[in-house]
Design a protein. Structure first.
Length: 76
């Protein structure tokens, strides 16, 4: 099947191909001997929203992250 590359380096995977896969949101993309290979990847509990929800439960804010980075950089 043919898939067109857009000006933003995006392609649409044909529906017939996706129908042959289990429900998936992420792919590992590798280049093997000049061929682009997409490998389905199941990401457990690491979506952006799950990370934000965990930060809220822990009482962390964006400022907390900035403080942690500053603390780590100041360590000898």
């Amino acid at each position: 099947m043919l898939a067109k590359l857009t000006s933003k380096n995006q392609i649409t995977i044909p529906k017939a191909i996706m129908n042959g896969l289990p429900p998936i949101d992420y792919f590992n993309v590798v280049l093997r001997d000049g061929t682009v290979v997409l490998e389905p990847v199941h990401v457990d509990g690491t979506t952006t929203e799950s990370i934000r929800a965990k930060m809220r439960r822990l009482g962390l804010t964006e400022d907390s992250v900035a403080d942690a980075v500053r603390w780590a950089r100041d360590k000898p």
